[in-house]
Design a binder for this molecule. Structure first.
Ligand SMILES: Cc1cc2nc3c(=O)[nH]c(=O)nc-3n(C[C@H](O)[C@H](O)[C@H](O)COP(=O)(O)O)c2cc1C
Length: 287
């Protein structure tokens, strides 16, 4: 089990990638991921943000993936048993030691320990209190001690030295998201790419404005004017649809003022190179 998930994992990143990125990462020996958060079971790529359902299980069953990773805990027991009956390894994200212990007690095979530095949505599911969130360097060793499961580190890892550091802390693998955003095979929108290449990378915050869920992104006009955690944001996932018209209008004018510009705290690692090349660079930290 452990050797199957050692190494470099490209984080699933809804909205900025498709299979091309995952295949490029795999071609260099990494584990590519396909995000399902914005897919519906019957019409791939139609936004849905449904919780994992039997209909999604049907869609997955046709190709029985070797690894499935969940965000926000685990699906209900009969669905989890169904996924495991395919021989699939089940991973899920923990953002605190308590969540890691919960995942171990409820049947996960491995834990993605997501430090607060990470870009995109936080996998927090036992608490909505962002003050519970822990940095990668503090989170990894504590989860390694608290559980028997293999731990995959995520959050702020952008180069070989970061990979080396998390292995030293006891992780078996590094899951990297932000650093892949400018790779040739990513589908990151142009307003997002421009922000990643600007000084905006110096300031990221946790915000609920764009989906209703806590997520880390670069500070833009919407965040500046409403504040990152404004009560006006509809609950997850409804805020996305509420913002869609103004976001589309702004993006049509080349503006990312109302777009979710997801990025982690270490966005300086983003390079305009192929994902295979980035994967090979990251993998130097494994030896
Ligand atoms: C643009 C973007 C989209 C993301 N979307 C997802 C997603 O759909 N599912 C998921 O499990 N994690 C998602 N994440 C979080 C990653 O799985 C991972 O925790 C994070 O990227 C690691 O930190 P890093 O960004 O500092 O490398 C996303 C991250 C980013 C940057």
């Amino acid at each position: 089990m452990m050797e199957k998930i050692e190494g470099i994992i490209q984080a699933p990143m809804a909205g900025v990638q498709d299979g091309e990125l995952a295949v490029a990462v795999a071609s260099a020996g990494g584990l590519g991921s396909l995000p399902c958060g914005m897919f519906s079971a019957d019409i791939p790529q139609k936004p849905s943000r449904q919780p994992f359902s039997h209909a999604m299980g049907d869609a997955l069953e046709s190709f029985k993936p070797r690894i499935v990773s969940f965000h926000y805990g685990l699906p209900e027991k009969n669905l989890l048993d169904r996924v495991k009956s395919w021989g699939t390894i089940v991973l899920s994200t923990a953002t605190t030691v308590a969540e890691a212990e919960w995942l171990e007690a409820h049947g996960a095979d491995g834990i993605i320990a997501q430090g607060v530095e990470a870009g995109g949505h936080r996998g927090m599911f036992l608490s909505k209190d962002v003050t519970t969130q822990v940095g990668t360097m503090a989170l990894i060793p504590q989860i390694v001690k608290a559980t028997q499961l293999p731990v995959i580190a995520a959050g702020g890892i952008a180069d070989a030295s970061g990979v080396r550091a998390v292995l030293e802390l006891g992780a078996v693998a590094a899951q990297v998201g932000t650093a892949y955003l400018l790779c040739h095979e990513a589908k990151t929108r142009s307003v997002h790419c421009q922000a990643l290449k600007s000084d905006m990378i110096r300031h990221t915050v946790l915000t609920t404005l764009f989906s209703g869920g806590e997520a880390r992104g670069m500070v833009n006009r919407l965040i500046r004017e409403l504040g990152p955690m404004a009560d006006v944001a509809p609950p997850y996932p409804l805020a996305s649809a509420a913002l869609a018209p103004i976001r589309a209008a702004a993006e049509a004018q080349g503006s990312g003022d109302f777009s979710p510009l997801w990025a982690g705290q270490n966005a300086r690692g983003c390079k305009e190179i192929s994902a295979a090349e980035l994967t090979r660079e990251l993998a130097l930290g494994l030896t």
